[in-house]
Design a protein around this ligand. Sequence first.
Ligand SMILES: [Zn+2]
Length: 371
Amino acid sequence: MYLDALAEYQKQREEGTLKAEAKEPQWREWNIPTLRQPCIQANVNVVQLEAATDSTVDYWLKVSTLTFRKQLLIPVVLANYHKIQLTDPHTGKRRKINSSVALNKRAGAWWLTLTYDEEILPETRNDAPVIGIDVGIANFITTSDGKQYGSFNGRMKERNRQDREKRRRKAKLRACLKKKGVPKEKLPSTTSRTGQRLIRHIKQSINRTVNLCFEEHEGCQFAYEQLSVPSMRFKARAMNAYLRASNLAHIPVQLEWNATKRGVTATKVKSAYSSQECHVCHSIDRKNRPNQQTFCCRVCGHTTHADTNAAQNIASRLGDRELRACQDRHQIKALLLLRHEQWKQEFRFLVVEPPVQLDLWACSEMSTDVG
Ligand SMILES: [Zn+2]
């Protein structure tokens, strides 16, 4: 930038086209940002972890520097729980540590992050009973066998409300100060520490919830909703939709992680209309849910907890090839309507009214042919 401007200036001066008010470009020192939380993420070319053979430390971390053949050697001593974590319980040997490492400086101390690959064989049998999972706010998880785990309501809801108020006040203050001409960098920040803490707290509580659900359903396989952000926002519409949606999104992530870790099969299924569809007769109607918790079918009268009904639908969608083949919501709706019609044929309208049929025969040309 500076060099370009300078060249332009000199050229104009030589040509005599320089404007009177033009000034010679000045070199300004770069405004280099300082790192608040340094983090080095490096592969084997830059940082190498080597097992120490002749020393009291466990590893040496060799960090390359810009000087040729000059390396920094950092001793790495493992605590006991690190050693347990890095030992394969099946073979009793040290696991193979991945070559990429990360170094983070947090609160004045450096932290080394090591990773290893673990191969977990799927343990679920194909004929394992299917448990459907419905994700929500009132209950984080509702299973198709009618159990409920965790909730956003209660204390977390209250903390969320307080945090929102606090942020709103801060935003007001910010706007006010801005009007008065306070420079941008001096304005109070709108992100709140309590808000961050709350998000962390919710995540932890989701993790516990998912863990418990897996523990209580040993030997089962899971089907869960393929949630998209818009549908989550719909689920979380009550208040502060975005924050809640981002938290809800953590549930499927945690489900997937738990399933992988435990070698349990968990399959995503399409969730369109799963909360409106009657599990018995497949009728879809928003009015099937007179309130948030209750499902009461307006056709067949099937009544249960709304989330349980949704979880049951999700469970039965696992092996549902026809539904899987559907491309979008419209196709799913059409399929469910067709199934509802079939249900009606089977259970409701077994009796075909004879007079109508007779009339039809009388009017049609076929009847004369047959006769
Ligand atoms: Zn029904």
